[in-house]
Design a protein around this ligand. Structure first.
Ligand code: AHR
Length: 514
């Protein structure tokens, strides 16, 4: 009997050592050379449901506290995120938007019907001035999507002159009459949005010609001050990228791509944002990991036509798309946001970092009250979502240098499928501070990982925080707004450049070392 107990003890010791040794990460400081473009932490705000109206803009006469019409609580929460770039006005909305409706005295602006999103009637009180002033208040760059689907070249160049010209020209003078003397600093101009779908239902051959045409005049009238972003493909449509890169890669300064995570894999019934079981938790995470394959395959095609990587890839829409909250307008895309969303954000950032040599921007869909939002509002109340907290925890990676690493992780298995339980990324900033972000996707157990930092001569841990929750589908509600929020983290030990971290089940941890 004693012998059997001893045998089991030795076996379990061996097993534990093996399991722990399985989870390790080694940072290769010597190979750190690619900058993680801060614009990977970009946002997207469309005229859709309650994103702009109600979410960002309530107007100066609202009894919701506001700064010249912008919701004060939303503004303050977004300012904390160091948003680098904000994309507007859509989305599908962009290809129905006629910018001249949205400038000048508010009382004289016409109503428009938002044909793509719930058919709502908008009064155009949020237009070009309101958007570009918002960017200035957030300290971020502006990314405007021009209307190619139902607009004209003339309308686009008028908009460019209105926004960016210092000269004595009718459009620039109209801007001055409307209260803005100095031009704004426009950094990115999208030449249409989803031109293969809501942006005109075009074939890539036809769109390539339009891209060449619109791009030419955009650069002439914009004096090459901004990057022209060609409308990219729908997820895994590699032919779109191939045709565009072959026919028009010299006519754009960047190419976009859109990929949304659908946990159920079924656009007809995407499944609930919070009422999901472990199967859909697993599938949601797994589907979000497809981003890696999509970026890899688009990059291979882009490399073929553009080996010097002049044209960056911009994932200007991404995130999880679920069913809307029960009882809300289906066209408003209002969904809750759970711990699963937080993990999807972490997985996606880790993938973007991995592709930092080609991916120069990503814009999560969307900023407030739509899809995988940072913030949800209800009258005077506001919630910071789990996704918001991940953006906040990851902001140290903005413009830092990506540190390649080797990661070895035990698997998280469901039925006959599995993926690594741990996903991680690391970067070093100009001051020599290393940000390490580690997530445990396994919802059942704490996992220990050994991180080898010896190559970085790391001495100490500066800060550490963890985001986890009672369950993988926990979320912040208006009654309980802080169910999922980051707290200080202390379950680590650093000795001789080896950092041992115990990652709680379904958690995101960020540690800053030096
Ligand atoms: O983000 C919601 C919608 O998703 C956008 O309007 C469109 O570009 C995409 O299909």
């Amino acid at each position: 009997m004693k012998k059997t107990i001893l045998f089991i003890a030795v076996l379990s010791l061996l097993f534990t050592t093996k399991a722990e040794a399985q989870n390790s990460m080694t940072l290769d400081f010597n190979s750190a050379k690619t900058t993680i473009n801060k614009n990977i932490y970009g946002q997207f705000a469309e005229h859709l449901g309650r994103c702009i109206y109600d979410g960002i803009w309530v107007g100066p006469n609202s009894d919701i506290p506001n700064v010249n019409g912008y919701r004060k609580d939303v503004l303050e929460a977004l300012q904390q995120l160091d948003i680098p770039v904000l994309r507007w006005p859509g989305g599908c909305f962009a290809d129905t938007y006629h910018w001249k409706d949205g400038v000048g005295p508010v009382a004289e602006r016409p109503n428009i019907k938002n044909v793509f999103w719930g058919g709502s009637i908008e009064d155009n009180s949020f237009g070009t001035h309101e958007f570009l002033n918002l960017c200035e208040m957030l300290g971020c760059d502006a990314y405007i999507s021009a209307n190619v689907g139902s607009g004209t070249v003339e309308e686009m160049v008028d908009w460019i002159v209105y926004m960016t010209s210092e000269e004595d020209l009718p459009m620039a003078n109209w801007r001055r009459e409307n209260g803005r003397d100095k031009p704004w600093d426009l950094k990115f101009l999208g030449i249409g949005n989803e031109s293969w779908g809501c942006g005109g239902d075009m074939r890539p051959e036809f769109y390539s010609d339009l891209l060449r045409q619109y791009s030419l005049y955009a650069s002439l009238y914009g004096q090459n001050k901004f990057q022209r972003v060609g409308c990219g493909s729908n997820g895994a449509d590699y032919n779109w990228t191939d045709v565009l890169m072959e026919r028009a890669n010299r006519n754009m300064d960047a190419l976009s791509v859109h990929y949304y995570t659908i946990a159920s894999g079924n656009w007809g019934d995407k499944s609930s944002a919070t009422g999901f079981n472990e199967d859909l938790y697993f599938k949601g995470l797994n589907e979000s990991m497809r981003m890696d394959d999509i970026l890899t395959k688009h990059s291979v095609i882009m490399d073929k036509h553009d080996p010097l990587k002049r044209v960056p890839l911009m994932v200007d829409e991404w995130g999880i798309w679920t069913n809307v909250e029960p009882g809300t307008e289906p066209g408003f895309l209002y969904q809750q946001n759970s711990m699963r969303d937080a993990l999807i954000a972490a997985i996606s950032f880790n993938i973007f970092h991995q592709h930092a040599d080609r991916v120069a921007m990503a814009n999560i869909a969307q900023t407030v009250n739509v899809l995988q939002a940072m913030l949800l509002t209800n009258d005077k109340q506001i919630i910071k979502t789990p996704t918001y907290h991940v953006f906040n925890m990851y902001k140290g990676h903005q413009d830092a240098t990506f540190i390649p690493s080797t990661l070895s992780s035990e698997e998280y298995t469901m039925d006959d499928k599995s993926f690594p339980s741990i996903t991680a990324t690391a970067s070093i900033n100009k001051d020599g501070k290393v940000h390490l972000s580690l997530s445990n996707l396994n919802p059942h157990k704490t996992i220990e990982i050994a991180v080898d930092l010896t190559g970085g001569k790391v001495q100490k841990v500066n800060t550490a925080s963890v985001l986890t929750a009672p369950a993988f589908n926990s979320f912040n509600s208006f009654d309980s707004p802080e169910t999922v929020k980051p707290v200080e983290f202390s379950d680590y030990a650093l000795s001789n450049g080896q950092l041992i971290v115990k990652l709680p089940a379904h958690s995101v941890v960020t540690i800053q070392v030096q």
